[in-house]
Design a protein around this ligand. Sequence first.
Ligand SMILES: Cc1cc2nc3c(=O)[nH]c(=O)nc-3n(C[C@H](O)[C@H](O)[C@H](O)COP(=O)(O)OP(=O)(O)OC[C@H]3O[C@@H](n4cnc5c(N)ncnc54)[C@H](O)[C@@H]3O)c2cc1C
Length: 709
Amino acid sequence: MAGALLWRGPAPPLSARPNMAAAGGGRRALLPLPVPLPVPLPLLLPVLLPVLLAAAAAARLYRPGHDPLTVLTAGSVRPALLNSSTAWVVQFYSSSCGHCIAFAPTWRALAGDVKDWEPAIRLGVLDCGEEENYESCKEYGIHFYPTFRYFKAFTKQFTTGENYQAGADREPQTVRQKMIDFLQNHSQEVRPPACPPLDPVWSSDITSLFDKNSHHYTAIVFESNSSYLGREVILDLSQYENLVVRRALNSDKAFLEKLGVPSVPSCYLIHPNGSHGLINNLKPLRSFFSSYLKSLPGVRKKLLLPLQLPAQEDKEEGTETKVWKEFDKSKLYMADLESGLHFLLRVELATHKTLEGAELKTFKDFVTISAKLFPGRQPVVKLLETLQEWLVSLPLDKIPYDAILDLVNNKMRISGISLTKKVQWVGCQGSRPELRGYSCSLWKLFHTLTVQAALRPKALINTGLEDNPQVVLQVMRRYIQHFFGCKACAQHFEEMAKESMDSVKTLDRAVLWLWEKHNVVNNRLAGDLTEDPKFPKVQWPTPDICPACHEEIKGLHSWNEEQVLQFLKSHYNSDNILYKYTESQTDSSDPEQGDTREGKDKNLLKNPGGNRENKLQDKENSVDSGFKGLEKPRGNPGAVQGSGKNSVASVNLREVRQAVSFLGIGFSNIDMSLCVILYVASSLFLMIMYFFFRMRSKRWKVKYYRPAV
Ligand SMILES: Cc1cc2nc3c(=O)[nH]c(=O)nc-3n(C[C@H](O)[C@H](O)[C@H](O)COP(=O)(O)OP(=O)(O)OC[C@H]3O[C@@H](n4cnc5c(N)ncnc54)[C@H](O)[C@@H]3O)c2cc1C
């Protein structure tokens, strides 16, 4: 069944499931920790290495060499698709997308099913969730996962391929038929040479073969016009020698009667000696026809050279292993939130070349609520604030994504803004790389934002988004609709939003609405293929982390919503965030603490000049300090330096460094000032010239004035 049909019904009741809710603390490493070995390690390596390699390989959704399809990479995708002697169907997927995981067995099965078609049309996959493939997926304009694209043979120039027909299901049979249609859409010149003729033959063509010697069998599949069976059998046998398969339609009834073909589909066989007859004992199924024909005496598979792909570093076989990070499931990890933001801004958004209309509005609002509510470290908050100010100040209704990326990557080298460039899942790490990760962090991010909005109701004042209790939910709803790579997830979330989001009248209700809907999703996905066996989908928070949230009324489980709200407000509060495993925190003296917006607010309360002084300190750090400023605690008096001349110089320096990116071009304040000066100077010059010539012409008129006679 297709991935889309793999949805599971409601999960068994909570009581019937093992209570392993997101058990993070105390989890063991993915690979066993080193233990004292009685045998020296070098001697054990030959034994251990295959095990390690197998573990690493098993972690991937598709494995080159194991799965009957081509696993493409950033290095191999273009050369493989360009000027290829075969057509291609490529699935662009993300290893963290639930639907891709659910669909993988179907795609693998399909690949096995059409393995014999490879010389004509191949199946490939490219993992857009792999960092090294981000750029390629962007080039191919992949917005959602999984995305299926067809690529014709012998394309001379780069093409993003043809989309799999919208709305069509992804059942293997449907995809197979689309592959055939696609092959038949090739013009004669670019048709894959290994693709046998797929058009029907006429009765005259068939009779001309009777009673003549030949060096091969000819099988004719009689079928109706709408049937694909004949073409499937032709492709199944395309790699076999001593046999030619053709198809004929059942339109010439008299001919069929003459041959004794009572019904279609049927298979008629002409032997090498010219004798012929209907194959009677076959069920009218592709598999029966194909395997019968393959078993004919003398019919065997041709020896073909495998298609050469550019040599690629096989990461599957590499020894890349992720070490399990111990974590406390009752805590929120900044590494998850920052990694999620990084993925969202640099990967998910990158699939859109330009943002305009509803997408741009959604992105602006997302950045605004994040800038105001994200309880992050100062460099990240500053980055979000700078992005927000820039977006608000731009009078454009279309922004190229690259301009946004330049700012996110701090191309203008503004002091003290930064966001990690790699993913580091902690509370969102999965027991296999394709599980959990980004979608987990996105949930956490939006829960955090709803809670922050409820805790700081004035935070959105003067943004145009204030006074709306649904604000975070609405932004999330639009974000999921426009940008979230998992299309089916977005559809489902939209249904829930349509149904009840309007009923949310307070910021507290918004927190509870998201909690409730997340539990609906958990319930639906419990036991699904996308579920991480180490992190079963349970109704959350589980009794072990919030006993007060659970009650029993007349023997039935019930939530105490007041307690749940209280719990959510403390779980997704900045006080509950740990900074362990965040970038540049690894060697910090206190890895559990970070320099946050709230920390900054508290400092400001204590010392109203603190923020300014901190800014001055930023300037004294190098221009691209990144997170370096964090290495010194904010409270350190040594960090509060600079006054008078120095401060002014620093402020100027900072201003010079600040720049506005416009369509990807950086304009500094100096650039802007020069423009204004030039503008004023040229206006003055024009005015002076104007008055000069006017005066001259007046004088000239007076001098040469001759009254008319
Ligand atoms: C908006 C959205 C819709 C999605 N829809 C689908 C879908 O239709 N089909 C599909 O296959 N996948 C869907 N996904 C992905 C799926 O929900 C999970 O994110 C993914 O399977 C990873 O699961 P996980 O085990 O990390 O836990 P997640 O469900 O991602 O939860 C992450 C963390 O949030 C906390 N949490 C759990 N439940 C709650 C709650 N009720 N309230 C507050 N915090 C909670 C826990 O700490 C948990 O570890 C969706 C994701 C999003 C963001």
